[in-house]
Design a protein around this ligand. Structure first.
Ligand SMILES: C[S@@+](CC[C@H](N)C(=O)[O-])C[C@H]1O[C@@H](n2cnc3c(N)ncnc32)[C@H](O)[C@@H]1O
Length: 733
């Protein structure tokens, strides 16, 4: 009998598995469980470490899973041409490892898989249309199986009918993934479905899904029911949701119930808190404490309602939003069946659209729960959610990188947290779930990199306009108002697109604006790091007229390729002048659009980078400003290092080596100011620069790094490569 863990106890366990050496399904199986949990915690820590805005976030120890074997309630298993059912091996060669002794499959799924192995080895003729393994050269149709375990609730008529018990309530839905062009007709498939269901123990429903030849994902978009039920109630904790072929379910039922309990605990903690005034003007105030029983909650990315049902069961009123219509319909059905329809409403739609409507209608919620897919929350959805101004936001994430990216943005949108709570949802793998509760906090002032002689150079975050714009909640200038001593709204010396991050020079007054604007135009260079689709020539200059309104301007952009990463180019880019979207338009014009550029970029590549690597904006960062100080004549080099979101996307797509290489070339900046003598190009004694007199007060929040007297590599020192032919001036897009 398995021993239940005591609260706080971390099992020190090694799981033995006969397939461990070959199967890639459990990459951490060789490690003691306590070490696995430490590794997962480190994974979360390293994701947030990319962002200075998150440096005070404490990462709690990972909540262990219980059990750590036999837990997996959903499994997609590949079928090999020889009939092996399992996962790809550790060699990376797409060879399928048969895993009859798999330790993590839920027992009901293991029983069904064992029976399938027997049937595939000697298939009765009537089930051959489903069971002949796909072989590219010989024939066959079956590519994979998708298994889903459900625990029937006692309230379900099926529970009694099937003789389920409290100890053993587990049944199965199975989907056969078939190669589309090899599949027989729908009617013949249904016949085969009817024939196979009685042969498979505990299977309540059989479906077919069609894999299209070129698709990278194993499951295709179309699933049809062949026999049995299309959906079935599935108990998680005290409530049940409705499981259906293909809809989302957490891999570990007990851990999912733990997440629900944590959410309820956080929400209940609001009742003990005094109502907070967010202090922001012009926004509707937070929801009043007198309204707090029952609380009004918003459940975003609701799936089939597992979280919303648990919250409604806890006595709260919940509005759940989900884009996949069948899942939303199942959430409604489950609420009605459990007498929760009065507390739970479900809307079908895209989160950013539905939430924008809710915010525009002045709807208010005590708390918003977010459980997005791996790619995280889209920038527009983050803006819309922040506009709701709920006192509490709880984010449940399965990807620490996209979580950290979103938390960094949410900090600027006025939400922050002090701790992260990771939880082990998929033991023995590298996956980790993280829960974070965010409260309303003022958006932080931007980091000041340089402050002298009437100008500030600050760091602008991604998804933030420089000045106020209607579709954005905040702006860089609004945040600058929090810098002590910057009472007046500063003047913008050079503009940056909302999607571009990096250095932004602001003048404290009109005189400084004229002085530094002139210096920038005559002596300055703005140097960007960008990632462009495909492999560009090593170096080039793009000259192409750009239209702005009714006028056409000539413009030139120079670039140098610094590295090739996963088939794409990391570039240093220097625009001569600054026309609207100049870098993005010019690189698109030569067939190498900026990665992530929604407007001029390549949609499939952008989608891939967003889904796979969390890149949700144009990969452009203003890394360095070189300018001659208009009063002292000293050449200043001001730098801002590559921000966390771009660093993380680069690391995920190429591993750490490209970043190391770029850092060695000094291409990613260092958050500092350096000064170089204009004559000898040698370090100048620091006394030549502004240094506060002894005792002179420097406002603590303006941490102005003093010019560092070092030799900063001249970016033009890079080895010469073939020049890219000048792009002839032509029509603008
Ligand atoms: C990780 S699942 C969470 C499901 C649910 N919260 C649960 O615990 O079972 C994410 C869900 O978000 C839905 N989804 C993805 N993008 C969406 C969007 N833009 N708007 C609304 N729902 C979305 C998916 O269909 C999926 O059901």
């Amino acid at each position: 009998m398995r021993r239940t863990l005591k609260a706080g106890e971390i099992p020190s366990t090694l799981v033995e598995c006969q397939h461990a050496a070959e199967c890639a399904g459990c990459p951490h199986i060789a490690h003691d469980y306590a070490l696995q949990l430490e590794t997962k915690r480190a994974r979360v820590r390293s994701a947030v470490a990319h962002y200075p805005s998150l440096e005070l976030l404490y990462t709690q120890p990972v909540i262990p899973a219980d059990p750590i074997v036999g837990y997996r309630g959903r499994a997609k298993l590949i079928v090999s041409p020889t009939g092996a059912i399992g996962l790809y091996g550790r060699t990376g060669h797409h060879e399928v490892i048969d895993i009859p002794g798999c330790r993590v499959l839920a027992p009901a799924l293991a029983v069904v898989t064992a029976r399938l192995r027997e049937l595939i080895a000697a298939p009765p003729p009537e089930v051959k249309p489903l069971l002949l393994p796909y072989d590219p050269t010989k024939g066959g149709v079956l590519r994979a199986i998708d298994l889903r375990e459900v625990h029937l609730p006692q309230a379900s008529p099926l529970y009694k009918e099937l003789g389920a018990t409290e100890e053993d309530p587990a049944y199965v839905l199975i989907t056969f993934v078939l190669q589309r062009e090899r599949a027989v007709t729908r009617e013949e498939l249904r016949e085969a479905g009817r024939a196979i269901r009685p042969l498979l123990p505990r299977v309540l429903g059989v479906a077919a899904n069609f894999h299209d030849a070129e698709a990278p994902q194993i499951l295709g978009p179309e699933t049809i029911l062949l026999d049995g039920v299309s959906h079935v109630p599935d108990q998680i904790g005290p409530t049940y949701h409705i499981a259906a072929f293909g809809s989302f379910v957490q891999a570990h039922r007990q851990q999912a119930a733990r997440v629900h309990a944590i959410l309820l605990r956080e929400i209940t903690s609001l009742e003990r808190e005094a109502p907070t005034s967010d202090g922001s003007e012009g926004e509707p105030g937070p929801i009043s404490i007198t309204e707090r029983k029952p609380m009004r909650l918003l459940d975003l990315y609701g799936g089939s309602g597992a979280i919303a049902l648990a919250l409604a069961h806890g006595g709260h009123r919940v509005l759940s939003v989900e884009s996949f219509a069948p899942a939303a319909a199942n959430a409604r059905t489950a609420a009605e069946a459990q007498g929760l329809a009065g507390l739970m409403e479900v809307r079908t739609g895209d989160v950013s659209e539905v939430v924008a409507q809710l915010a525009a209608a002045g709807e208010r919620f005590h708390a918003v729960v977010l459980n997005p897919p791996r790619r995280g929350i889209s920038p527009t959805a983050r803006e819309a959610i922040a506009r709701l101004a709920a006192p509490l936001m709880i984010y449940v994430s399965c990807d620490p990188d996209t979580l950290a990216r979103d938390l960094d943005h949410l900090t600027r949108l006025g939400y922050s947290s002090t701790e992260l709570t990771p939880l082990d949802m998929i033991p023995l793998t590298e996956e980790v779930e993280t829960i974070v509760a965010l409260r309303r906090t003022p958006s932080p002032q931007p980091r000041v990199i340089y402050d002298d002689d009437g100008v500030l150079v600050v760091e602008k975050g991604p998804h933030e306009p420089v000045g106020p714009q209607q579709e954005y909640l905040g702006s860089l200038l609004a945040r600058c108002g929090r810098i002590p001593g910057v009472a007046e709204v500063p003047h913008v010396v050079h503009a940056l697109d909302p999607g571009t991050s990096g250095l932004c020079m602001l003048a404290r007054d009109e005189e400084a604006l004229a002085r530094w604007g002139e210096a920038l135009a005559t002596t300055g260079r703005l140097i960007y790091v960008a990632a462009a689709k495909g492999v560009t020539p090593g170096k080039g200059a793009i000259t192409r007229d750009l239209r702005e309104g009714n006028r056409v301007y000539s413009a030139r952009t120079r670039y140098r390729r610094l590295a090739v990463a996963s088939g794409h180019s990391i570039l240093r880019v220097i625009p001569d002048g600054g026309r609207t979207h100049q870098i993005r338009r010019h690189l698109a014009a030569i067939g190498h659009p900026v990665l992530g550029d929604e407007r001029y970029g390549h949609v499939p590549t952008n989608r891939y980078f967003e889904e796979k690597h969390g890149l949700d904006r144009s990969f452009v960062h203003l890394v360095r400003i070189e300018i001659t100080h208009p009063r002292t004549g000293v050449k200043l080099i001001i730098e801002s290092t590559l921000p966390g979101d771009l660093r993380s996307a680069l690391q995920r797509s190429t591993g750490p080596s490209v970043i190391r290489f770029l850092e060695q070339k000094h291409a990613l900046g260092e958050n500092r100011v350096s000064a170089v003598s204009p004559v000898q190009d040698e370090p100048v004694p620091s006394s030549r620069y502004y240094i506060p007199e002894e005792g002179e007060p420097v406002p603590p929040s303006i941490r102005v790094p003093m010019p560092i007297s070092i030799r900063v590599p001249d970016l033009d020192d890079s080895p010469r490569t073939l020049r890219h032919p000048i792009v002839p001036t032509g029509d603008d897009d």
